[in-house]
Design a protein around this ligand. Structure first.
Ligand SMILES: *Cc1c(COP(=O)(O)O)cnc(C)c1O
Length: 387
């Protein structure tokens, strides 16, 4: 279908805006695991909920449309979506993967896929030359995440897609940080978009979910077969929660992104803040590429304080954000990569990647920007007293 509406209207006005039978203005939650077949010779669209469920199907259709893809598939978590997509590979294949990939994906590649004879190399995905040099005969997939976590490094999606196409390998993009509201990798030539819908898409820290969208029908059918075979599907109620969250995606991201920029600019000027990472800052390394390929800078920023003790004082005194892993919610979430997302990495390896003991990541929620600045100010004042 041609895109007739702008994105924010599309979020609300799709084929499921009301139920064709009852007029209900909310997708019915279909809990049934199995479906009665009325005709002995011809079974209906639905037979068993692992293979297909009407509530999940509504979400799958919605995300496919929003990402501009042919086929959407919903999984029980972001990792379930990512892991299932990796099953498109076979023994002997090689994957090129961004070195600052999400921790769970890192674990999947290095401790599971390797046991099945799938090789991998980590590269600095922001360096096209390095990527080109690492493509091998058997490279079948290039895996991107942009902006990355927690340093918000920006990968040139079109540049990577061009390299991949020349070598006939697939490209996957983890689009969790941007969502289709801000970045549409399929339009830039990628083959598969992956999401932890646990984050911005659902947006309320109350559901675990994953989504995959393919650019073409054939790849979509292969991924569907894997979804059905592996069975890590999203439940009906959780599908409904994600559908509901998506309705407010645009307005949530718009406000959170505005506040994130405001905070990033504020933090940049503070003594005691050594560095701020946010792709919306003009001095961010990836600013130009990001501005080209995305419609906004998102709600996640990272910043660096002097040392671990300064971070401890800051975290102990800040009041508004919850101190937790995860991101992309209505409430601001502050996390400490050294002890959370990157705890498994050696200190030396972390420092090599710029993830110091002073680094904090903030996912900005919907609180007032002024309240957040005031809160940061008082916590920074305490943190600065640390030697
Ligand atoms: C959270 C996250 C994941 C994993 O998703 P789950 O829903 O936690 O399984 C994958 N990629 C990114 C970028 C994430 O932030």
């Amino acid at each position: 279908m041609e895109q007739i509406y702008s994105f924010q209207t599309q979020l609300l006005h799709n084929r499921h805006k009301f139920n064709q039978e009852t007029g209900a203005v909310s997708v019915p939650v279909q809990h049934a695991s199995t479906f009665h077949q009325k005709d002995f010779d011809r079974f209906g669209v639905y037979d068993y909920s692992r293979s297909g469920n009407p509530t999940r199907a509504a979400l799958e259709e919605a995300i496919a449309e929003l990402e501009g893809g042919k086929r959407g598939l919903a999984f029980s978590s972001g990792m379930a979506a990512i892991s299932t997509a990796f099953l498109l590979l076979s023994q002997g294949d090689h994957v090129l993967i961004t070195e600052d990939v999400y921790g769970g994906t890192y674990r999947m590649i290095t401790s599971v896929l390797n046991r099945f004879g799938i090789e991998h190399s980590f590269v600095d995905m922001t360096n096209l030359h390095e990527v080109a040099q690492n493509i091998r005969e058997n490279t079948k997939l290039i895996y991107m995440e942009t902006p990355s976590n927690p340093l918000l490094k920006v990968t040139d999606i079109r540049g990577i897609v061009k390299l991949a196409k020349a070598h006939r390998c697939l490209t996957f993009v983890d689009n969790t940080f941007m969502t289709p509201a801000l970045q549409r990798p399929l339009d830039l030539g990628a083959d598969v978009v992956l999401h932890s819908a646990t984050k911005f898409l659902s947006g309320h820290s109350d559901v675990l979910a994953g989504l995959a969208v393919t650019k073409d029908e054939e790849l979509g059918e292969r991924l569907y077969q894997l979804q059905n075979a592996f069975g890590a599907v999203l439940g009906a109620h959780d599908s409904w929660l994600v559908l509901r969250g998506i309705k407010t995606l645009h307005v949530r991201l718009e406000q959170s992104s505005r506040t994130a920029l405001y905070l990033a600019e504020y933090l940049q000027k503070q003594e005691g803040v050594e560095k701020v990472y946010y792709p919306g800052l003009t001095d961010h390394e990836g600013f130009a590429v990001h501005s080209y390929q995305a419609a906004g800078s998102g709600a996640v920023l990272s910043f660096e304080l002097a040392n671990e003790e300064a971070v401890r004082q800051f975290v102990n005194h800040i009041k508004i954000p919850v101190f937790a892993v995860s991101l992309g919610a209505v409430e601001s979430i502050l996390s400490y990569p050294a002890k959370m997302s990157h705890a498994a990495m050696s200190r030396e390896e972390r420092y090599k990647r710029g993830i110091t003991d002073g680094l904090l990541r903030l996912s900005v929620g919907l609180e007032s920007a002024e309240d957040l600045v005031k809160d940061c100010r008082q916590a920074l004042e305490v943190a600065q007293t640390v030697k």
